[in-house]
Design a binder for this molecule. Structure first.
Ligand code: NYM
Length: 211
């Protein structure tokens, strides 16, 4: 009897170049949804807390070297190790706001010259998001937002390639937001998209990425 079936939560993913404002907006969205009394959690990938996440973090901080295929598969494994928990949370009604997901995985690795389909393969079977928000900013403008950190990838030339790779993945279901607007304008647009998605997604079964 459908009346007794609990509403599932929504999987909401924010994507974009480094310094596009994703992390700030994820935090604001989670606070907003909490304020409305909705069950919600902030997630991010890479999740640097696991053993695999620590290897990724060390690589990003340039403390270890790994070849491109190996780090790609570690990023993917870091999503796989959280997949079951993710499914359980969603089925129990918790909405997850996720800072980066498989699209970062493919875009960053493809920007190093790896084949896009090779990059997508290990992501197949992960849970497909109900909403992907792409925070669109030019690499030049992102670079102006204070200096990049010291982590790998945080360089203008590389970010230009990542922007191009995202364009290859972008499909009509993504919601593209102009990330050069004010924090408040962006926040309002994201809130609206998130509420619509949380309202409508329980009617849709969970589905898998790229199969
Ligand atoms: N990144 C992130 C990848 O290269 N592949 C992935 O699968 C994911 C999730 O890691 N520059 C890159 C993008 C970022 C870096 O992310 C760390 P953050 O959001 O700065 O912690």
């Amino acid at each position: 009897n459908s009346e007794h079936v609990a509403r599932r939560g929504a999987l909401i993913v924010l994507e974009g170049l480094d310094r596009c404002g994703k992390t700030t907006q994820c935090g604001r969205l989670v606070s907003f949804l909490e304020g409305r009394g909705l069950p919600v959690e902030a997630w991010r990938f890479p999740d640097r807390n696991t053993a695999i996440g620590k290897m990724i973090s060390s690589y990003l901080m340039n403390n270890t070297q790994l070849d491109d295929q190996t780090i790609h598969l570690l990023f993917s494994a870091n999503r796989w190790e959280k997949r079951l928990l993710m499914e359980n949370k969603l089925r129990n009604g918790t909405t997850l706001v996720v800072d980066r997901y498989s699209y970062s995985g493919v875009s960053f690795s493809a920007s190093k010259g790896l084949d896009v389909n090779w990059c997508k393969a290990p992501e197949k079977g992960l849970i497909a998001p109900d909403l992907v928000i792409y925070m669109d900013i030019s690499p030049e403008e992102a670079a102006k937002r204070g200096s990049y950190g010291i982590e790998r990838y945080e360089q203008l030339d590389f970010q230009k390639k990542v922007a191009h790779s995202y364009q290859i993945l972008l499909d009509t279901t993504w919601k593209v937001i102009d990330a050069s607007l004010s924090l408040e304008l962006i926040e309002n647009q994201i809130q609206e998209l998130a509420l619509e998605t949380i309202e409508s997604c329980p009617k849709m079964p969970l589905s898998s990425l790229w199969i």
